[in-house]
Design a protein around this ligand. Structure first.
Ligand code: ATP
Ligand code: MG
Length: 261
């Protein structure tokens, strides 16, 4: 189990981005992490993957533990070595390398399993087989996202941290990525899924957390979050029929509601 206890993170010694966050990712689960822009979702992923350093971020209080042992101040390389792999927002691929070269680069901490991991990735993403000799820069957005996830899987991670994998993709591609994430989890990888697309994330997640300005404000089984009309409307920005309003509208609505009561 990967777990976060009462975590506080500051950037540049001044910006308090996480204000006491607690969260759990059991090995065989998909956990959704939702919330508006700037809530602290990416910061939490960085804290879990050892990437705060690069951003001048620091853990000020609390802890990150893996099977009960503190890993809060380990480097990104050390965290990758412990099986925690972070797929950054924005589909980072090596554009000038081929698809297969990108995947081989991803295998650097699991050289001996390279062939088996390559088979697993190609099974999950048949599109990547068709494209394996093409330069990654020429792939579509959806294919680049698949490649970014595939590259992370090449190290055979125990936990996959995904930062907004559906961002900017067409609905059909979002559905494909969603189903593949569910399959990755079925194969035994724990997933922390950060999403603006709350419906997509909650459809496959077992549990969901909603963050607001550095805090967890809601923590429930995913099915409950999806089923509760008030939560859908006030926390997730989803209308009754499931269409998304923007988080900005949600904020305004909540403020009005507070005044009215
Ligand atoms: N590298 C950084 N240096 C300083 N402040 C940062 C840095 N990265 C994020 N922040 C601040 O920390 C807070 C949380 O940001 P974070 O990126 O974690 O939010 P987020 O929930 O991922 O938002 P988004 O939905 O926009 O990706 C914000 O106030 C943000 O401005
Ligand atoms: Mg983010």
């Amino acid at each position: 189990m990967l777990s976060v206890q009462n975590l506080e993170v500051v950037y540049d010694d001044v910006v308090l981005a996480l204000r006491g966050v607690s969260l759990e990712i059991p090995d065989d689960r998909i956990v959704a992490l939702l919330g508006a822009n700037g809530a602290g979702k990416s910061t939490l992923l960085r804290a879990l993957s050892g990437m705060l350093d690069i951003h001048d971020g620091d853990v000020r209080k609390g802890d990150v533990t893996l099977d009960g042992t503190s890993v809060a101040r380990l480097s990104a390389t050390a965290m990758a070595g412990r099986g925690i792999k972070h797929v950054l927002e924005g589909r980072r691929v090596f554009r000038e390398l081929s698809v297969e070269e990108n995947l081989r680069v991803g295998a650097h901490v699991a050289r001996k399993d390279l062939r088996a991991n390559l088979v697993r990735v190609y099974d999950l993403f048949p599109r990547l087989v068709e494209r394996k000799d093409q330069l990654a820069g020429f792939l579509s957005g959806g294919e680049q996202q698949m490649l970014a996830i595939g590259r992370a899987l090449m190290s055979g991670p125990r936990y996959l941290l995904l930062d907004e994998p559906s961002l900017g993709l067409a609905p059909m591609v979002v559905a494909q990525i969603r189903d593949i994430i569910a399959e990755i989890n079925h194969q035994g990888t724990g997933v922390l899924l950060v999403e603006q697309n709350a419906t997509m994330a909650l459809q496959i997640a077992h549990h969901g957390y909603v963050m607001e300005t550095g805090r967890v404000v809601m923590d429930r089984p995913a099915a409950e979050l999806l089923a509760d009309d008030d939560i859908r409307e006030f926390y997730l920005g989803l209308g009754a029929e499931g269409e998304r309003t923007s988080y900005r509208d949600v904020k305004h609505y909540r403020r009005r509601k507070r005044w009215a009561s």
